[in-house]
Design a protein around this ligand. Sequence first.
Ligand SMILES: Cc1cc2nc3c(=O)[nH]c(=O)nc-3n(C[C@H](O)[C@H](O)[C@H](O)COP(=O)(O)OP(=O)(O)OC[C@H]3O[C@@H](n4cnc5c(N)ncnc54)[C@H](O)[C@@H]3O)c2cc1C
Length: 236
Amino acid sequence: MTDKTSAVRVLDKGFVRLVDMMGGDRGVLDAARVCYASRTKGEAPDRKLICYLLKHSHLTPFEHAVFKFHVAAPIFVARQWFRHRFAAYNEISFRYTEVKDEFYVPKAWRAQDAVNKQGSAANAGLDHAGLSAKLSDQVRAALAAYREMLAAGVAREMARLVLPVNLYTQFYWTVNCRSLMNFVSLRADEHAQWEMQQYALALAGFFRRLMPWTWDAFMVHAWKGANPRLEAPDQP
Ligand SMILES: Cc1cc2nc3c(=O)[nH]c(=O)nc-3n(C[C@H](O)[C@H](O)[C@H](O)COP(=O)(O)OP(=O)(O)OC[C@H]3O[C@@H](n4cnc5c(N)ncnc54)[C@H](O)[C@@H]3O)c2cc1C
């Protein structure tokens, strides 16, 4: 999937869609070579230069490769995402528009991790179908209350107070490759929340396809996380 407009589905109703990009591997190399007043010298030396830059934390050339994504994600994922300050964001306004009946329902529920206080672990003993049904009932009740408030004349900015954090939001995210590498390192790692990981893996897929030389160097010199899906040769 190398088409610039490609979208990848994430979770049950989310997506990551590449809107635009600038620079790529060549943008990084051109920015680096301007420092040394030198020109491209073919694939092998160019790849070597990218490795050198990452290995020695000479990271500003990676700011010249930029991606613009359109994302649909649950609010609780977006809240973690927006902590990443080196990017530009524009999000749908629920003061301006009405919320749609689109909410995330996990198929598999996880138990609290016994060791990592922030973490979770797979648990076959949980009543997955029952928990999903309970969540759906709760959200539908909240959405019904929301619509009743709107019908009664309550402002959208106030009616939304009854809504849960698994509702989907949408935003544009413009990020340079330096910041994207930081994002993938932190959020594709197995310690990140599973739902957040799925988005980071989707982003990593775009990164890998569109900047293959930088991706290869990133995996060797800068990726410090752990995730078998990312490290497999033909994934994500
Ligand atoms: C597994 C996990 C658990 C987390 N748990 C929590 C939590 O419990 N509570 C919580 O509040 N957050 C939590 N976070 C969020 C985390 O603290 C960061 O806010 C988030 O990951 C963004 O990372 P960042 O600052 O590197 O990214 P960016 O904001 O994009 O910044 C990129 C880089 O720029 C530099 N930089 C940015 N701003 C400054 C600054 N003001 N001063 C100096 N250098 C700067 C840093 O080098 C930084 O790495 C968690 C993150 C992860 C991955």
